[in-house]
Ligand binder design. Sequence first.
Ligand SMILES: CC(C)(COP(=O)(O)OP(=O)(O)OC[C@H]1O[C@@H](n2cnc3c(N)ncnc32)[C@H](O)[C@@H]1OP(=O)(O)O)[C@@H](O)C(=O)NCCC(=O)NCCS
Length: 158
Amino acid sequence: MTQPEARTPVLSTGRLRLTTWLPGDYADLCALHSDPLVMRYLRSGVEGAGETRARLDRFRREQVELGWTKWRLADVDGRMVGRAGFNLTADGQHRELGYVLTPRLWGLGLATEIAGALVRWHREHPEPPPAPRAARLRVRRQRREPARAGEGRLRPRR
Ligand SMILES: CC(C)(COP(=O)(O)OP(=O)(O)OC[C@H]1O[C@@H](n2cnc3c(N)ncnc32)[C@H](O)[C@@H]1OP(=O)(O)O)[C@@H](O)C(=O)NCCC(=O)NCCS
């Protein structure tokens, strides 16, 4: 019999737990990414259901392909309180730190707490060699940026 998928712990701080995602996290992620207050300064803006579904799929795919992503952020009781981790920079060469917290927990120093832990994680897990051109192209497609001359001939990985 196949075992149900379990979350993989990434790191813990005094008040926070960072883990991989499960498909069942979709509703919690939707609540976060459809909140205009949360999304006000984020490039993607308020998301619809399909966009958040694609986002969750991407987080899960990046975990498999890269070994890191924007992970699920929970409190000590396991309730989701946000997301935090890394995405690829536009040139596909480096990690970029990002975090989003549910508004009821703003102003308590949690972003500071998780950012410090992620910087330590980053230092303990050196970045892999530069991503292949196909991965860079995929990043541009996600961000709707134009590909450089020649890159359009590549078939990005799915
Ligand atoms: C930005 C965000 C993560 C901050 O979370 P938080 O847990 O409230 O932050 P902290 O309590 O750790 O505060 C960290 C510092 O940022 C400052 N800060 C927090 N929110 C701020 C805001 N909206 N404007 C200006 N400064 C802010 C705090 O005063 C604090 O500064 P200090 O250390 O000098 O006192 C949270 O407001 C959020 O999720 N916003 C929506 C998503 C977003 O914009 N994410 C950032 C882009 S990746």
